[in-house]
Design a protein around this ligand. Sequence first.
Ligand SMILES: [Fe+2]
Length: 184
Amino acid sequence: MDKIINNFIAEFPELNNLIDEDALIAKFIDKTKNLELHSDDTAFTTNKMESLKMTDYGVDCVRIEADEPLVAPLFEKLNYNTFWEDPFGWFIHKYNIEMQTKVHTDQKRNAVLIYPIVPKAYTIIYVDPADKQTEIYRHTYRCPTIINASIPHYIEDGNLEKIHFQISLFVNGTDWSTVVNENI
Ligand SMILES: [Fe+2]
């Protein structure tokens, strides 16, 4: 497959199958049961860098560090020289199928490595920063993909229960081709 790499997304099919997805779900789905409630979406990436339940997105987010054996193979592919802060992971379960991930721009982190699990394919839509409404780009996931988190975006995930793993990235510059080590 021809990799798509542009200002919005960068595909990394070589990162496929680095995670035992069933084991990851089995280990972390239970940890979502006792999460604290948060309604403030800035809590996710600014103040409270810890596991939380975000009721306004209908998601549970369990923080996972780079040394967790189930996801370590993915972190080991990253080129830490390209970061101004170390990355860390999230197991995210969108349990509320009636909600849709609304238009937002991520705080602090400027890129996110998305590793779709269930479903494998769903669509991210970028909107014009000026009106936060007009669609300027859309992409349906085909493999692990780095997304630009600094442009407003939403996810076409209404009516979906969704599970994915993601890594918060703090990337120097805008060239994502060097974020993943090709030769390791
Ligand atoms: Fe986002």
